[in-house]
Ligand binder design. Structure first.
Ligand code: NAD
Ligand code: UD1
Length: 337
């Protein structure tokens, strides 16, 4: 059934794709964002792709008065909570900012949702909560050993959400652990637009192929993997967005808090990703092996079977589509301004 869904962080990379996917499924997205890591121009692009009126409220997810106003002004029945800080390196340097926005922001949101009687919540968690898993593929029961402050803010938020659902059976909460989201909307109207030099592999390759940076450093050639480079599970952002729509439908029928991996269910090494990207863009990237990046792990990829079994959803777009769509977005400018 169609519903009004609040998307916090709704003008960010993932939130903007979720908003478009929600509209495509007949829902009405309401975006909340403080634009600390996004551009105002995203809103018009989302409206254009959604083809419906999309309200965007500018403000901070920690601002309870603002949240109360949003729930008063809009008939919100569910929240997808993407707002947060996500740079691993920065989280080590600014731990309090990360705990405040990610953990405290989530607490404030849950508090106001409770007051407003809105009890369906989808939370953006990350596979980074696993650290280096003992067993692959990694399923939702694996131990949580995050290597960074960022990862620990996600773990803490997950924990308090599980406690909340245990204390009050009215809550319906999906904790979605994203593996490595990448790619862009196939229209190339929305995509990942990091400020400054990208940290993540796919957006960095886009900008190197476009001539903005000279060379890719491959972070380590001596990982215990078949080709010596790190292995990750890259999930197309469109698949990820559609996974949220599936989670909302599932939540309508299921109380409690459930944790679900969102990944493709297979891993690719850095060298495999580079090869796929070079094929997509028709260029050979300048690259060199460098040292391991601090905090990195060798290998992880999802056991993605719970999402399929319980929500009837699985990722369908493979690495080639990720690279083709990321490159199309880069060729369209790869930015909002
Ligand atoms: P993003 O930075 O593009 O989007 C986050 C949005 O939240 C931004 O638009 C930012 O302006 C907004 N925001 C930040 N602090 C806010 C605040 N206090 N109040 C209101 N808005 C605020 O990041 P993304 O890649 O779209 O990630 C979305 C969520 O998914 C984050 O919670 C992130 O931790 C999580 N996640 C992302 C990845 C990834 O690789 N991109 C992987 C796993 C999990
Ligand atoms: C990073 C974050 C993780 C977050 C995830 C979301 C770190 C340590 N981890 O994961 O918390 O959830 O993004 O996508 O930042 N690589 C290179 N050269 C580069 C960049 C990356 O070789 O210039 C390699 C990395 O070592 C890794 C792979 O490419 O093996 C993917 O890296 P990246 O895109 O940064 O994602 P993660 O490190 O998996």
């Amino acid at each position: 059934m169609a519903s009004t869904v609040l998307v916090t962080g709704g003008t960010g990379y993932i939130g903007s794709h979720i908003a478009v996917a929600l509209a495509a499924a007949g829902h009405v997205p309401v975006l909340l964002d403080d634009f600390s890591n996004s551009e105002h121009a995203v809103v018009d692009r989302v409206r254009e792709l959604a083809g419906v009126a999309v309200t965007c409220v500018e403000g901070d997810v920690r601002d309870t008065a603002l949240l109360r106003r949003v729930f008063h002004d809009h008939p919100v029945t569910a929240v997808i909570h993407c707002a947060g800080l996500k740079a691993v390196g920065e989280s080590e340097a600014r731990p309090l900012a990360y705990y405040d926005v990610n953990v405290n922001g989530s607490l404030r949101l849950a508090e106001v949702m409770g007051e407003a009687g809105v009890n369906r919540l989808v939370f953006s968690s990350s596979a980074t909560v696993y650290g280096q898993p003992d067993v692959l593929p990694v399923d939702e029961q694996a131990a949580l050993r995050p290597h960074s402050v960022y990862g620990r803010t996600k773990r803490q938020t997950e924990e308090f959400l599980r406690d909340l659902a245990r204390a009050n059976p009215n809550w319906h909460i999906a904790i979605l652990r994203y593996f490595n989201p990448a790619g862009a909307h196939p229209s190339a109207r929305i995509g990942e637009a990091p400020r400054g030099r990208p940290n993540n592999l796919v957006p960095l390759m886009c900008r190197i192929a476009a001539g903005e940076y000279p060379e890719l450093s491959i972070h380590g050639s001596d990982w215990p993997t078949p080709d010596g480079t790190g292995i990750r599970d890259y999930i197309h952002v469109q698949d990820l967005a559609e996974g949220h729509v599936a989670a909302l439908a599932w939540l309508a029928q299921h109380a409690g808090a459930r944790t679900i991996n969102l990944g493709l269910g297979r891993g690719y090494s850095v060298l495999e990703v580079i090869a796929a990207f070079e094929k997509a863009c028709g260029r050979v990237l300048a690259k060199a092996f460098g040292p391991r990046r601090p905090g990195d792990v060798a290998c992880y990829y999802a056991d993605a079977t719970r999402a399929e079994r319980e929500m009837g959803w699985r990722a369908t777009r493979a690495l080639d589509a990720i690279c083709a769509d990321a490159w199309r977005w880069q060729q369209a400018g790869g930015r909002y301004r």
